[in-house]
Design a protein around this ligand. Structure first.
Ligand SMILES: Cc1cc2nc3c(=O)[nH]c(=O)nc-3n(C[C@H](O)[C@H](O)[C@H](O)COP(=O)(O)OP(=O)(O)OC[C@H]3O[C@@H](n4cnc5c(N)ncnc54)[C@H](O)[C@@H]3O)c2cc1C
Length: 391
């Protein structure tokens, strides 16, 4: 792969909206990605394994639990700083952003918000240092968009819960030390458990043959009369909404991360178009190429502003589930179109691992689907504006 020469597009000087601290977080993350992620990521992507040697470094830059209090190993970042961190990490590769996102938004934040002192003390510091890696199991083989219909069940047996079922498409599953797992009781109440790697009846598998998110290891969590001590029940709820709302910060991270991808693809395509000549002139001098680049930077600019405004609302605790949905859907779609056009501007070179564009493009296939599909987010927004649910 070529040297990482990323320069961030910022056509509307959105940076002026950021605080000094937010810029420091963004720049430090960008530098770390250039130094440690870009030189190795293509190889790991081709091999289909996560670069575990980066876990210590991710912890050192505050990537695990960034928004949590320092007492629990967090960096107490505001949501805009966190969003910028996710933007920069995903510019490096989706697998790196996903590692931080699962650990921070889905595992640590849920333990922080719903756990008791025992849960917090047993897990949070170790998770922040990367000594423990978490996963989050909501989706199942038969229930993705409709998690309320999950089949995983738990019953009580003395001091333990017995869990049966499986969770599918789970990031970090093959090597996680703990898994936050959603299950239903006989009377259809939902519960979230902290399952530890050595709990009896718990095993994991890896999905090896996948073309997207190759450097993020995805697999199944399997519960065969899995015995979990009662003290590892994180919380219970009579509604699936508790599980869905716990996705809020993770979906915001996708909205921010996908724009990191778009910025990178645009930057690469712009530079390539000014270097590559055909018919005796730079390809950037063609109107059709310029139209593509103009569309890219326009949509990126709009999405950067959307992220900033959403981050402000999240900082104030005002952002609704539906507003987060809109940004996730829009920004992934923007990034997809940008990456697709960048790939085309690069011609044949666009499909090689010499440039990051094709890797990002195939990762976007997952971003469209996971954390709620494009269709489901459309329906969430549709329900919100019309007052009528279509699903
Ligand atoms: C790489 C990867 C990593 C993932 N990581 C995790 C993780 O860590 N934890 C976790 O819990 N899950 C994870 N997921 C699962 C992800 O959230 C689900 O794949 C997603 O919710 C979609 O579910 P599904 O794949 O079962 O598709 P389905 O729900 O079967 O949907 C198939 C298609 O039908 C459409 N559809 C479904 N219902 C409707 C409707 N009512 N109206 C219109 N269209 C509809 C969908 O939009 C989609 O296009 C991951 C997925 C992938 C691919």
């Amino acid at each position: 792969m070529r040297k990482d020469q990323f320069e961030s597009p910022d056509y509307y000087m959105v940076e002026k909206l950021f605080s000094e601290e937010q810029i420091i977080v963004r720049d430090a993350t960008r530098q770390w990605v250039k130094e440690y992620v870009s030189p190795i990521i293509e190889d790991y992507n081709l091999k289909g394994v996560f670069p575990k040697e980066l876990i210590k470094g991710i912890a050192e830059i505050g990537g695990f639990g960034a928004i949590l209090p320092a007492k629990y190993g967090g960096s107490e970042l505001d949501l805009i700083s966190y969003g910028l961190m996710m933007q920069e990490l995903e510019r490096g590769d989706s697998s790196i952003r996903v590692m931080c996102s699962i650990q921070t938004s889905l595992v640590m934040n849920n333990i922080y918000e719903h756990g008791n002192d025992f849960h917090k003390e047993e897990f949070l510091l170790k998770l922040s240092k990367g000594e423990l890696i978490g996963s989050f199991g909501l989706s199942e083989p038969g229930h993705g968009s409709d998690p309320a219909s999950m089949q995983t069940r738990h019953t009580i047996d003395g001091d333990h819960y017995i869990i049966n079922g499986s969770k599918m498409w789970i990031g970090n599953a093959p090597f996680c030390d703990i898994a936050l797992v959603w299950s239903k009781s006989a009377n259809d109440n939902y519960a979230c458990f902290i399952v530890r790697r050595n709990d009896p009846g718990f095993s994991t598998s890896k999905i090896d043959k996948k073309w997207s998110f190759r450097a993020s290891e995805t697999g199944e969590l399997i519960f065969d009369n899995c015995k979990v001590h009662k003290k590892y029940l994180l919380f219970e709820s009579d509604s699936i909404n508790a599980a869905l709302r716990s996705l809020n910060i993770a979906r915001y991270a996708v909205a921010c991360g996908s724009i990191g991808i778009a910025m990178e693809c645009y930057d690469v395509a712009l530079k390539y178009s000014n270097e590559r000549t055909q018919f005796g002139k730079k390809i950037s001098s063609n109107q059709l190429i310029q139209k593509k680049l103009v569309d890219m930077v326009t949509e990126i600019t709009k999405a950067q502003l959307l992220n900033w405004k959403l981050g402000m609302m999240m900082n104030d605790g005002d952002a609704t589930f539906e507003q987060i949905s809109m940004a996730k859907r829009n920004n992934v779609s923007v990034a997809y179109n940008v990456a697709r056009n960048a790939r085309q501007i690069l011609g044949g070179m666009g499909i090689t691992a010499e440039y990051p564009v094709m890797r990002h493009l195939i990762n976007l296939e997952t971003l469209i689907t996971y954390q709620g599909t494009d269709e489901i987010h459309t329906l969430i927004t549709g329900r919100n504006i019309t007052g009528v649910s279509a699903f």
